[in-house]
Design a protein around this ligand. Structure first.
Ligand SMILES: Cc1cc2nc3c(=O)[nH]c(=O)nc-3n(C[C@H](O)[C@H](O)[C@H](O)COP(=O)(O)O)c2cc1C
Length: 149
């Protein structure tokens, strides 16, 4: 899988006062009309339960300048899960999931299907809120390292 070049994104959700954000690359567009995306998260991690419980999630794409934020939300920066949203500028749009204010694109989604596949949960979301920021260099992950394009 390290040979896949993946766009680094932060998947977020809020449920019953618990806010969760995870750096992921396993996410992509499914359809543009209606706007539909998918994202995959490890299902053995109990901290990922809010992605299903909330019935909504936001997919926040990252620009090259967001690399430190990608480290925060992957745990690589050594910051506890409940402290991560102190980093970056976050608001909400339609569903209540945290949205990164200066992301190149934010897809705020209603969860329409969650399917268990192997070790992961495949979350399929209908886009209910869309915000486009400044275009620019995207943050990618390939061969276990960050790249920009
Ligand atoms: C570049 C990169 C891509 C990642 N992609 C995914 C992914 O697609 N799905 C996933 O569940 N975890 C992915 N992870 C791992 C999660 O970010 C990590 O397990 C999670 O943030 C750990 O959070 P916790 O310490 O709060 O459990 C990725 C990590 C990095 C650095």
């Amino acid at each position: 899988m390290s040979r896949y070049a993946g766009h680094v994104q932060i998947l977020t959700a809020t449920h019953a006062g618990t806010t969760r954000g995870v750096t992921i690359t396993a996410a992509c567009s499914v359809s543009d009309n209606p706007g539909t995306v998918l994202a995959c998260v490890a299902r053995e991690n109990p901290l990922n339960a809010p992605f299903v419980q909330a019935g909504a999630f936001a997919l926040n794409t990252l620009a090259a300048r967001h690399q430190p934020l990608a480290d925060v939300f992957s745990g690589l920066a050594g910051i506890d899960a409940d402290q991560r949203f102190a980093h970056g500028d976050w608001d909400t749009m339609v569903t209540g999931a945290p949205c990164l204010v200066d992301a190149p694109a934010v897809y705020d989604c209603r969860l329409i299907e969650a399917r268990e596949v192997a070790t992961h949960l495949v979350l399929i979301g209908r886009v209910e809120g869309l915000r486009l920021g400044e275009p620019g260099r995207a943050l990618l992950y390939l061969d276990r390292a960050y790249h920009q394009i």
